[in-house]
Structures are given as C-alpha cells and as structure tokens.
Design a protein around this ligand. Structure first.
Ligand code: TXA
Ligand code: MG
Length: 318
C-alpha cells in the first residue's frame, strides 16, 4: 500500500475512498487515465449514466466507454471472441477500447450502449484509475471529461474549466501521459474494425490478429463518436500550413514557421508521442490567447500522427 501511494503522487488513499463511495452512490467523479480525464459514473446505474450525458450536454445517441479493472471483470458483462481476447491480453491495461457484444445477462445500464447491443470497454493503464475501479468495485462509464463537442481534458485544471459544479469530485492525477483518447476497435464481427484512431495503431493490432479494417468516415451510425465536428476549439483552424498570416496563431511541429506572434510547439524535435500529449492543452492555450485563427503545421500521417491529424481535421470543421 505504501509503495502504491508513493507511485500515485497526486491521489491519496482518503481521496480515493471518498471518490469510490461517491461512485457507489451514483454520483459523478472525474478521474485521470493514461489517455485523457474521464467523467466517471457507476455503469450499473441508469441514473448515474444519465447524469453523465447531462453533465456533458452530450447527444444521447453517443454510447459511453465502460472501464473495468480486469479481463475477468469485463467477462461479467460482455462476450469475448478469440480475437477480442487476444487484443485484450496484448493491450490491456492500455489505450485500446474494444466494442464487444453485451452478454445475455448483462447488468450494465442499457444507457451506456445508447441503443446498441454492444458495449465499449477498456482497462485503463493508470494507477489511480485502477485503484478507483478496485476500491469502488463497480464498472465505471466514463466519456472524456469535457462538455460535448469540446476539447478532451488532459489535466485536472481542464476538467475544472469544463465541469466545475457539474461533477461531485475531480481526482487530480497530473497530466495524462498519452494525451489522445483510446483507439476504438469494433470486434463484434470476424474482422476487427478501427472506429477511432489512437495510440494503439493499425499495425500494432494487425501484429496480434492479422487483418484489421478502418471504418469509413461516413459510417457514423456505428460509432457516433466519429461525427465530423467533435473536437472543437473556438478558433478557426487552418491545417497543413506552410506560411503564416498576420492574424494567425501558430501550432507548430518541428522548427516553427517564422513570423508568428503566438506560438505553441507540439514538439520541437518532431516527436509524435510528445505532440499527442501536448495537443489538446496547446489548442486550449491558443484558444485562450484570444486568437481567432490558428495555423497548424503539417504532421506526418504515420503512427500517432494518424490520431493527431484525425483530431485536428475534426477540430477544423466549423
Ligand atoms: O481514452 C478514452 O477512450 C477516454 C478515457 C476517459 O477512457 N474516453 C473517451 O470516451 O474518449 P468518449 O465517450 O469520449 O468516446 C467513446 C467513443 C466514442 O467515439 C463512441 O462513439 C465510441 O467510443 N463508442 C462507445 N460505445 C460504442 C459502441 N457500443 N459501439 C461503437 N462505438 C462506441
Ligand atoms: Mg470525447
């Protein structure tokens, strides 16, 4: 226990206990994960799940991710195919969400599935999140802890900006290491389908299960999270910028274009992992600078760059 407390430098045992009790009673607690902060509620209680939609102002047809502490816990609610099990064993805990068929006796709130007969599930790779799941003893429905259509929070301060007064408690676990949401993979059919790009890439998945498909941009019915305008800063984004206009702030990648007044650099060494971890925070900072337009330098369409560009394209839709 001592060792665990030492490693979780931000969250102490008393806070964890308080948060777990709140969750057991159906209250909402925002908590850190390795990807982004989650707005957590007891996934067994419809009221708690409804409260999540309400707090986010999220369209009710958008289903939520259920977080569990172990594969055994997942199996209480969903059926794991061979492919699903291989992926879970390879990447859990970690930034991979699997869309799985609800088991016939599944006791999860139907609201988390928002009308689908599947449920999205993952084990987060974050000590405080895992400790919270174990302490509360309930699966936690948790979308990113932002209001609907806004940038996902990667620090507790972002959650406060978004949800202060709409959530009972915010656990501060410091900055999220990954910085973009989990890869979402539908494993309800024979061939897995990527519904949302994230840190676990197509190549990584294919190493484990062979061929993996990517959902087409238009197939928004299956994953409403793919709705085009989903991650929106207030400023207008111009992507793949190689020049800068007088009225633009700059989101740089590598050596910044000369002449910009306001600059945030995703990674001056062109490190995609660093860029992902910085992405939402820097968009927020540029928004807060009052800039009406943001020029974004090109980011390579490889590895984590696929997820970063995907988020940027969505953020650019007005
Ligand atoms: O990294 C993450 O995944 C974060 C942290 C908190 O775990 N959570 C997150 O949740 O990003 P959210 O609700 O913002 O995104 C959930 C995504 C959406 O794209 C949603 O449409 C999709 O998962 N999804 C959830 N359930 C689904 C289902 N049954 N079928 C298809 N897509 C589903
Ligand atoms: Mg979200």
């Amino acid at each position: 226990m001592k060792k665990e407390q030492h490693k979780m430098k931000y969250v102490n045992a008393d806070e964890l206990r308080e948060a777990a009790v709140l969750l057991m009673r159906g209250k909402l607690v925002a908590f850190p994960t390795e990807t982004v902060y989650g707005l957590g509620g007891n996934a067994l209680m419809d009221d708690a799940v409804a409260a999540i939609y309400e707090a986010k102002g999220r369209p009710s047809f958008n289903p939520l991710i259920v977080h569990v502490p172990s594969i055994a816990a997942a199996e209480q609610y969903v059926d794991l195919s061979d492919n699903a099990r291989k992926l879970a064993e390879s990447f859990w805990p970690g930034p991979l969400t699997l869309v799985l068929p609800r088991s016939t006796d599944c006791t999860l709130s139907l609201l988390v599935s928002a009308g689908l007969d599947s449920v999205a599930m993952r084990i987060p790779a974050h000590e405080a999140a895992l400790a919270l799941l174990k302490e509360s003893g309930v699966p936690l429905a948790a979308p990113s802890a932002n209001r609907s259509g806004r940038i996902s929070p990667t620090e507790a301060a972002h959650v406060r900006e978004e949800l202060q007064g709409r959530v009972h408690m915010i656990l501060d676990g410091g900055a999220c290491a990954v910085g973009v949401e989990s890869t979402v993979v539908d494993v309800t059919e024979a061939v897995p389908v990527i519904l949302r790009h994230g840190a676990i890439t197509k190549e990584m998945l294919e190493d484990v299960v062979g061929t993996v498909k990517v959902a087409e941009a238009g197939s928004a019915i299956k994953s409403p999270g793919m709705m085009e305008k989903h991650y929106a800063p207030d400023a207008q984004l111009r992507l793949n910028a190689k020049t800068i206009e007088a009225d633009e702030a700059l989101l740089a990648f590598g050596a910044p274009i000369a002449g910009a007044q306001v600059v945030q650099n995703l990674s001056d060494t062109c490190d995609l992992k660093e860029a992902a971890a910085n992405l939402f925070r820097m968009l927020r900072l540029l928004d807060a600078s009052g800039a009406k337009k943001i020029a974004v330098m090109p980011i390579p369409e490889e590895g984590l760059g696929v997820a970063i560009n995907d988020r940027l394209r969505r953020a650019a839709v007005k």
